[in-house]
Write a new protein. Structure first.
Length: 91
């Protein structure tokens, strides 16, 4: 199953083979083989959920690279509307 994740130190450590799980705490995925897993995805996602990004990671959509700041939803919609109106007037 492909997924897009934001690269961080945790994923770099996974790539280097440094995050092998020592045990399986939840048996949450039938096909997960703890002896061969590069990391425990359950713990990684739970850590990310708790904000502990040095012990987890986040998935993102294909437009994540466009984000350079955190916006309020109302600000985002104002930008989208302005872009839409600009496009309409150029037609
Ligand atoms: S993701 Fe973690 S908790 Fe879930 S089955 Fe694999 S090792 Fe166990």
């Amino acid at each position: 199953m492909p997924g897009r994740a934001i690269r961080n130190g945790f994923l770099d450590a996974v790539k280097e083979g440094l995050k092998k799980p020592k045990a399986c705490p939840f048996n949450c995925i039938k096909t997960c083989d703890v002896t061969n897993s590069p990391y425990c995805i359950m713990l990684a996602l739970y850590n990310a959920y708790k904000g502990r990004m040095d012990h987890g990671y986040a998935f993102a959509g294909s437009n994540a690279w466009r984000c350079d700041k955190i916006l309020k939803v109302s600000e985002l919609f104002d930008e989208l509307k302005a872009g839409y109106n600009t496009k309409l007037t150029s037609l």
